[in-house]
Design a protein around this ligand. Structure first.
Ligand code: APR
Length: 262
C-alpha cells in the first residue's frame, strides 16, 4: 500500500480530527514562509528587528509598516486548493457528527476564506489590532494606508502607527504573537483539549521548530491518535508520524480528501 492509500485509510477511520497548519499551507497561495532558504521572511529580515515588542518600541514605524505590507500581501492572494479541501472536509466531517478542529500558526485569513470555521489562531492574526498600552482591541483596515501588496517590502516609505482611540498614550500594534509573548490561552487550551480526544492529527506545512506549537502533535500522539504529516521535506516531527506525505499541501490535500473518505 503506498503512502497516499495508507493516509486515505487512516482518514476514513477517523471521527475526531485535529488539523495543525503552518506557513507551508499558504505557500502555494504566494505567501512567503519563514524559513525557506531563498524566499523565507527570516532569510530576508531579522526577526529580532521586526517580531518582538522591543523592536516595535524601538522602531514603531518600520515594524508597523512591515505588518501592513504582510497584511496587504495576504489580501492580494487567494486560498489554494489545500485550504479549500480542508474547509470542505471540516464541513463534511461535522455533517456526519464528527469533530474537526482547525488550529493554525498562520496569521493570514486564508483558512476562513477557504471555507473553514472556528479556526484557532495560535499566533494571532494580521487583521486584528490592539493598543500596545491599554490593550483595547481596535478595528483598522490596512487597505486605507496605501501600503502596496508587492512581493518586496519597500523600506523607503514607512508609516507612523495609528494612535489608540481609547487611551491618550498608546498606539495600535498588530494582533500577532511576537517572539517572547504568550500564545492566546483560549485558542491554545481548546487545541490541547481537542488533541487529547483526537484519533487523528494532521500536520501541514510546518517546520516544527517553534514552541509551544511544535509540541502539539505529540500531545495527540501520546493520547493515542494517528499522526499524518504533509510536507515536501522531512521535519523534526517526521519520525513521530504514522504517514509522511512528501508533497505540497495544494497537491496532496485534494487527493487525500477527494470524496471525503471519512
Ligand atoms: N506545502 C506544504 N508544506 C510546505 C510547502 C507547501 N507548498 N512549502 C513549504 N512547506 C514546508 C517547508 O518544508 C517547511 O517545513 O512548510 C514549512 C514552513 O516552515 P516555516 O517557514 O518554519 O513556517 P512555520 O513552521 O509555520 O513557522 C512557525 O515561526 O516565525 C515563526 O510565528 C512564526 O508561525 C510561525 C512559526
Amino acid at each position: 500500500m503506498n503512502e497516499m492509500d495508507a493516509a486515505r485509510h487512516i482518514v476514513a477511520e477517523s471521527r475526531s480530527i485535529v488539523v495543525l497548519t503552518g506557513a507551508g499551507l499558504s505557500a502555494d497561495s504566494g505567501v512567503p514562509t519563514f524559513r525557506n532558504a531563498q524566499t523565507g521572511l527570516w532569510q530576508r529580515f531579522e526577526p529580532e528587528h521586526l517580531a518582538t515588542e522591543a523592536a516595535f518600541r524601538d522602531h514603531p514605524s518600520m515594524v508597523w509598516t512591515w505588518y501592513l505590507w504582510r497584511a496587504m500581501l495576504v489580501r492580494s492572494v487567494a486560498p489554494n486548493a489545500g485550504h479549500r479541501a480542508l474547509g470542505a472536509w471540516q464541513q463534511h466531517v461535522r455533517s456526519k457528527g464528527g469533530l474537526l478542529t482547525m488550529a493554525t500558526q498562520n496569521v493570514d485569513d486564508l483558512h476562513e476564506r477557504g471555507g473553514a470555521a472556528d479556526v484557532l489562531h495560535l499566533h494571532g492574526s494580521l487583521f486584528a489590532y490592539r493598543c500596545l498600552d491599554c490593550r483595547q482591541q481596535a478595528s483598522f483596515d490596512p487597505a486605507t494606508t496605501g501600503v502596496k501588496a508587492d512581493q518586496h517590502f519597500d523600506e523607503s516609505t514607512v508609516l507612523v502607527p495609528v494612535a489608540c482611540a481609547h487611551c491618550d498614550s498608546g498606539v495600535l500594534r498588530p494582533g500577532v504573537v511576537w517572539f517572547g509573548e504568550m500564545l492566546p490561552q483560549d485558542a491554545f487550551n481548546q487545541t490541547i483539549e481537542a488533541l487529547e480526544q483526537a484519533d487523528l492529527v494532521v500536520v501541514i506545512g510546518s517546520s516544527g521548530l517553534v514552541q509551544p506549537a511544535a509540541s502539539l502533535p505529540l500531545i495527540g500522539r501520546d493520547a493515542g491518535a494517528k499522526v499524518l504529516e504533509i510536507n515536501p521535506v522531512a521535519t523534526e516531527l517526521s519520525r513521530n508520524t504514522d504517514v509522511h506525505l512528501a508533497s505540497t499541501a495544494a497537491v496532496a490535500l485534494p487527493e487525500l480528501l477527494a470524496d471525503s473518505p471519512a
